[in-house]
Design a protein around this ligand. Sequence first.
Ligand code: IMP
Length: 511
Amino acid sequence: MATILDDISRTFSEYLLIPRLTRRGQRPDLVDLSTPISAVEKNEIPRFKINVPVVSACMQSVSGPRLAIALARQGGLSFIFCSQPIETQVEMVRQVKAHKAGFVQSDSNAMASTTLREVIELMKRTGHSTVPVTADGTATGKLEGIITDKDFWEFEDDLDHTVGQHMTPIDNVIYGTEGISLREANQLLHRHKKECLPILSQDGRLTALVFKKDYEDHRRNPRELLDDSKRLCVGAAINTHDYEKRVPALVAAGADVFCFDSSDGFNEYQADGIRWIRELYGKDVTVGGGNIVSAEGFDFLVKEAGADFIKVGIGGGSICITREQKGIGRGQASALLEVVRRRDEYQSETGRYIPICSDGGLANDTQITVALAMGADFVMMGRYFAMTEESPTPKTSINGQIYKPYWGEGTRRAQNWQRYSDDMGTRDLVFEEGVDAYVPLVGPVSEVLDTTLYKLRSTMVNVGADSLAEFREQSVLTLVSEQSVVEGGTSNVFQFKANREIEDTGWGNRN
Ligand code: IMP
């Protein structure tokens, strides 16, 4: 007869944290959110840490190079999806590693013959007030001048005038030459009291722009995730079908961390893959395994295969229909608690600490906090990042509201047969395990994440924790009844619901 577990499968929204003593001097801005991603040997420091406990999902509609850059700048990490040819994934990793913090490609450009009317329209559309003027109007054309919104008066000047009549011509433009360091570029901006410095190649072509506001941004936010050569860090997803080719190519491109991307990682194919990486690279490569939802899954991938970190979660993702389609999965809170318990036992037995990632189904900021309190070292999210400005999908207007497409890796659209057919060897999705949907646009990663992390820090202070490790150890949680969930909302007052949703969650609430 099948074994029936006594426990009910539970989700994060069924738990609340009980406040504990906050000590004098504890403040949200003093809380340390850094967390290990690689296995930590007894009395050693982690080989790889991230500065904030969030990573973006291995998904086509989530983790492209633009998001990876934006997230690493905030201290987190993206896993570039592997449901694409090795060459294109390598190219995406290269783009992140080649990104020179502070040097950006100009995406609003004009020609001297462009009219003021057209350039005003461009400035309004892109929100940029500085526009390089190049011979061919491209981001890499020969620079002829710069026009800013201070060079004309929209309601006084003739808008049929050309940009050439109002711009600062190249002879009067302060610029840097390709090869200049960011520090030197910022010194030039400072010395000449400029907001923007164009960087030119030897033959006068525009290669990048450096902005004063980016410098200020960096000073305010020094938590960027950088490697030893000061390049941004990036993760890469891999599968059990072509890792022997994919991993070496991604290692050569500079990928910092790897993660097997599988809807059910409790299988021998994945263990073979992890062992293969270990044999070839030893501990030089950090590789995570999953997804699993049980202690026996943990034992298999850690004890038998040697995974660095473990990803927990089956069936909870916002676009996921695995539970309906196949009848497998587990409530995310129950899965996480069981795996964390086993991780802690394993640490007591061996001294090794294995970071755990809670993957999927986080519907709001509170649930991120609860997952970390329950023992996750970091969380992986798809929907959260799909809603940001930097996700790789185009903005779409529906009934006057801006949305972004978001689809599961188990849809026909993603064609990620590798994730869903580890054991069957079939190259076709016989049925779908995900849906193709839309999510509202909520803003840039930096803004959305700032709010989320501020709330997290603030709860950690309520629990008297200065670090995520203390948060895990000190947290006391209670199960809530349906009645207390009702009580937790507002009561007996009138509110405009739409306004409240936007204010409260910052990124939309699925509950
Ligand atoms: P979300 O943060 O709730 O949107 O969940 C994202 C997670 O869902 C990913 O990290 C994957 O683990 C999982 N996932 C991605 N695509 C699919 C799918 O098509 N079906 C089921 N799960 C998926």
